[in-house]
Structure formats: C-alpha cells, structure tokens
Design a protein around this ligand. Structure first.
Ligand code: ATP
Length: 298
C-alpha cells in the first residue's frame, strides 16, 4: 500500500479522579474517558525519509504544532519502525480537527493514528494490544486514542479498559485562545491539598451506571473533575462561561482535564446550537457527539 489515512478522536474526561502526589511526583488517576467526534486525520505515505506537514480544519489553528522531531506523530512512527525492526520511513500529513493544547489529547490522537497508519502501510500486522503498549510509551492518553468509545483509565491514564455505554451524548466543546499548563494545574492541586490526606481516586459508580443505562440525566449528575478547582484558581475567568452555559440550560458544565477547554452536556443538536450561541463570546464553541470509535483506517 502506498498511502493510508487514519482518523482518531479527541478525548474528554467525563470524570477525572486525582489522588495525592506520590514521592516521584506522579498523581494516580481514576478517569472515565469518552471519545468524541472532533478528529484528527493522519495520512502516511511511503517515503525514504521522515517528513511532516500539518493543516487544520473546522477552524483549528495549527500554528502551535511543532513540525520537528518532538512531534508526537513522528515519534510514534519512528517508535513503531524501531519496535518492528524495519528500516522504513513515511511522509506524514496531519489534518487536525482537534483544537491544539486544549486538553483534548489532539497530539495523542495524531500519535495513535500514526501507529495504526504505519502498521497498515508497512503491513506489520501488529495487534491493537501491541500498538497500545507502544502507545503507552508515547504518552498516557495515546492508548485511549487507539480504543476510543467510553473507557476507564487508571495509573497515569494509560491502563485503559472499555466501559459499557448504551448512550449517545451531545456536547458543546468550548475552546479558548489561551492554554493552561497541565503541570501547573497539578502543582496547584498539590497546593490546595497540602497537609490533607487525599483519598484514592475512583470513578463514581453512579457514572458507570449512567453510561450502562445510556442515561443523559444520570451522566449529567455524575460528571466531575478533581482538577477543576486547581484550574479555576489559575484561570478564575473560566467560571464565567461555565455559569453562562448552565444559565443557557446546559445539563452540566465542567472543565475538561486540566483545561482550559470547557464541556457542556446538552440533549440534542438543537439544544447544543442554543447553548453554543450563548457561549460564542467566550471562545470557540463546537458541537460534538460521543462515544465514537478509536483510530480507524478511512
Ligand atoms: P496534553 O496531553 O499536554 O494535555 P493537550 O491535549 O492539551 O495535551 P495537544 O493538542 O496534544 O494538547 O498539544 C499539547 C502540546 O504538545 C502542544 O502544545 C505541542 O507543543 C505538543 N505536540 C507534540 N506533538 C503534537 C501534535 N502532533 N499535535 C499537537 N501538538 C503536539
């Protein structure tokens, strides 16, 4: 095959449970992920040397995407070649529909898509499980990009298990032209919890039940993010769109991961358009639905 295109989804955290910092600086996580319909498409073309180009679609600004060896997609392609022991390269093109540095794991989606694309391009026939092991070396959100759907994540988030999900949910995803540093959000979490015992993180049983039942109201009541107070201390202004979304009748509003992206659960596309209109002054509001599959060949 001379060229393969693979699509991989953005992730949101339906619940992000964060435990107390360990001596090595690691925070144990218990998170529920959902893959949503914002996606990245990676095209891998057979080539004698590695190269990378990048475009954005649906209003995604790709100015902040590194095109050098630090790019997660290039790292994924090289890691796969090394692991498989093949002396191969590829020309990669990223077409990003996932806003950059928004806590939506866009770089991880690119990496997951590249693993699947090069596995196909080079006819390596590696299993999803093997690709997931390589994915975990690249970053804690990369394995989920392979699996998609709704899933639990433990450890640093890389221990992914599917969750039964009978529902289809509509979201308004509000992104901003500023970022929140993930390490800064965790440092603020540590400040907020200094001197107190932080319980082991867990995914609330009510959330697991809501997904199994496909209950949008149950999900609205069970969404949560232990990092949100820390992120709101770094960016108190995020409280304004969260309140505006609730006042515009969103079923629930929360910060996604370490932010700044905010998520609003809505009933359907029409309700989503109404909530998105109320949020338009704050940032870029997009409609998305989930769960959607993980990285798949187009
Ligand atoms: P994080 O995993 O840090 O929470 P994020 O989901 O907020 O990431 P990404 O879109 O993955 O956001 O970008 C985070 C940073 O990763 C970017 O600022 C960029 O420097 C770097 N990066 C590396 N590879 C990529 C890639 N393929 N696409 C976008 N950013 C990348």
């Amino acid at each position: 095959m001379a060229e393969v295109t693979v699509q991989a989804p953005a992730k949101i955290n339906l619940h992000l449970g964060v435990g107390g910092v360990r001596p090595d600086g690691f925070h144990p996580l218990a998170t529920a992920y959902q893959a949503i319909s914002l996606s990245s498409r990676v095209t891998a073309r057979d080539a004698s040397t590695w190269s990378l180009t990048c475009t954005g679609r649906d209003g995604v600004d790709v100015a902040g995407v590194p095109l050098d060896d630090s790019n997660l997609a290039l790292r994924a392609g090289r890691l796969l070649a090394t692991h498989a022991g093949v002396d191969r390269a590829a020309a990669l093109h990223l077409d990003k529909g996932i806003p950059v540095a928004g806590g939506l794991a866009g770089g991880s989606a690119d990496a997951a898509a590249t693993l699947v694309a090069c596995n196909e391009l080079w006819d390596l026939k590696l299993s999803r499980e093997t690709l997931a092991e390589l994915a975990a070396e690249l970053g804690s959100d990369v394995p989920f990009g392979l699996y998609g759907g709704s899933a639990s994540g433990h450890g640093r988030g890389e221990e992914v298990e599917p969750l039964t999900d009978a529902g289809r949910y509509q979201w308004v995803v509000l992104t901003f032209d500023f970022g929140v540093s993930t390490p800064a959000a965790y440092a603020e979490f540590d400040v907020l919890h200094a001197g107190s015992e932080v319980p082991e993180p867990e995914i609330p049983p009510a959330l697991i039940k809501a997904l199994a039942d496909g209950s949008v109201d149950g999900l609205a009541a069970a969404l949560g993010n232990d990092l949100q107070p820390a992120t709101l201390r770094l960016r108190p202004d995020l409280a304004v769109p969260l309140t505006a979304g609730r006042e515009a009748s969103a079923l629930a509003a929360l910060v996604s991961g370490s932010g700044p992206t905010c998520l609003f659960l809505v009933r359907d596309a029409e309700h989503g358009a109404q909530v998105a209109a109320a949020l338009a002054d704050f940032g870029h509001a997009r409609l998305a639905s989930g769960p959607v599959p993980g990285a798949e060949v187009l």
